[in-house]
Design a protein around this ligand. Structure first.
Ligand code: SF4
Ligand code: SF4
Length: 419
């Protein structure tokens, strides 16, 4: 190992030190009416590892199924029910009985899908999470109307986990004006919400302010290997841990980015564990954090579900040596790309630019250097999506992107590089 490598590895170990620091973490007790442990009714074969929720007796699977990226038959709202039903049945057999939907997902169809499919299972065999769409609220009356509509769409009488969706400084202020938290606390007292939290996209200073402002049962943050430092996930995780708020993790693969890495980076991982994929390493990084209650993963194919079940049954935390291997592999892969997580909040674009698709193609080009493939993929966008050249720089997407990506500026850069 030369001096540069040594310094790089030492710095990485320092970066990952907090993984070990919280091993003695124990969240304070909580008592919530109606909070009972739920196990899948269909358990069969290897079971996904579970984590306890404080000392309530409730356990959840270490991974939940995100219903933001379900299989479709083309359009975003055209969910492939047959494929989704198979994936959910497989999840239930493996004990992965946590499902996360939201008002906005699949243009409103995700909650309906959750209701239609999950209502075939006993209500005490699965956890359902949904979210108050804070950016859609115009009046205080909207809060109650939407909440009741969500219960109806999901065909349930209560949500196990309920979140104020995608809070940032602006939406937190707006939600306070509309007394959203107070309304939701009343629903919790009435048994319509078991655990109340929020999902979050902003700076860690804002997270600290919101976490300290109210009592929260959990919080959902973006955390993955690449964002640990770049997106200040480390600081966010530590704020929650100090406050005793269990963390639910979104984007553990950074929108799929960590599942598909450069061949030379993957070779480093395969040398250590030949049968493990880059995605499994990324999940193990997140699951090794003791204050992580659960991580979410969107699984559009049954193969994704099978691979995730394999990673989590049983779950093996990363060893010190594996952390170094991971640093070496993903460090090689951390090139200057657009930090897009493919959440699609920026869509629709008035010029039909397929924003996340364009970023995905561009990111791959930046990590492989294959310009011919980049130009080919950009000229073959499907489903009516247009490329970077079509961006008219209207700025409509800017306010909607939780990652604060300067989308029109990137589109101009990508259009230039396409030549
Ligand atoms: S700035 Fe470009 S990408 Fe963004 S909404 Fe407008 S046209 Fe679409
Ligand atoms: S550009 Fe931003 S809003 Fe659009 S998909 Fe990517 S991360 Fe999401």
């Amino acid at each position: 190992m030369d001096r540069r490598d040594f310094i790089k590895k030492a710095a990485t170990l320092a970066l990952l030190a907090p993984l070990a620091k919280f091993e003695a973490f124990a969240a304070p007790a909580t008592t919530v009416p109606g909070l009972v442990d739920k196990q899948s009714s269909l358990r069969e074969g290897p079971q996904v590892a579970r984590r306890p929720y404080k000392d309530t007796g409730l356990t959840v699977p270490l991974m939940g199924m995100g219903m933001m990226r379900l299989p479709t038959r083309g359009g975003k709202a055209d969910i492939d029910y047959e494929a989704t039903e198979k994936i959910i049945a497989r999840a239930m057999r493996a004990g992965m009985n946590y499902f996360d939907t939201a008002w906005f997902y699949h243009d409103g169809q995700s909650e309906i899908c959750a209701g239609k499919i999950l209502s075939k299972y006993p209500r005490d065999s699965y956890y359902l999470a949904s979210k108050m769409p804070c950016r859609a609220l115009r009046t205080e009356a909207d809060v109650e109307r939407i909440f009741n509509e969500q219960l109806r769409k999901c065909k349930v009488e209560y949500f196990d986990f309920y979140l104020m969706h995608a809070l940032n400084a602006r939406l937190w202020k707006r939600s306070q004006e509309l007394h959203v938290y107070e309304f939701l606390k009343k629903q919790q007292a009435a048994g319509k919400i078991r655990l109340l939290g929020f999902s979050f996209h902003d700076s860690y200073e804002v997270l600290r302010e919101i976490a300290n402002a109210k009592e929260w049962d959990f919080c959902q943050i973006q955390l993955n290997y690449l964002d640990w430092k770049a997106y200040h996930s480390k600081e966010q995780y530590e704020i929650l841990t100090r406050r005793g708020i269990p963390a639910i993790i979104m984007e553990p693969l950074k929108g799929g980015r960590l599942a598909s890495i450069r061949p030379e980076a993957e070779a480093i991982l395969r040398k250590e564990r030949p049968n493990d994929t880059p995605a499994s390493w990324a999940f193990r990084f997140v699951g090794s954090l003791p204050n992580v209650l659960l991580m979410l993963s969107g699984m559009t194919k049954i193969e994704h579900m099978e691979e995730n079940i394999k990673t989590l049954s049983p779950f093996e935390p990363l060893t010190e040596k594996e952390r170094l291997v991971m640093a070496e592999a993903f460090g090689k892969d951390a090139v200057d790309t657009v930090p897009c997580t493919a959440c699609e909040y920026c869509l629709p674009c008035p010029a039909s630019v397929g924003i996340p698709t364009v970023f995905r193609i561009y990111n791959r080009y930046k990590s492989t250097g294959d310009k011919a493939l980049f130009q080919k993929e950009m000229s073959e966008l499907d489903n009516g999506q247009h490329g970077a050249k079509s961006c008219i720089a209207c700025g409509a997407c800017l306010k909607k992107c939780p990652q604060k990506i300067q989308i029109p500026t990137w589109m101009a850069t990508i259009a230039r590089e396409q030549k």
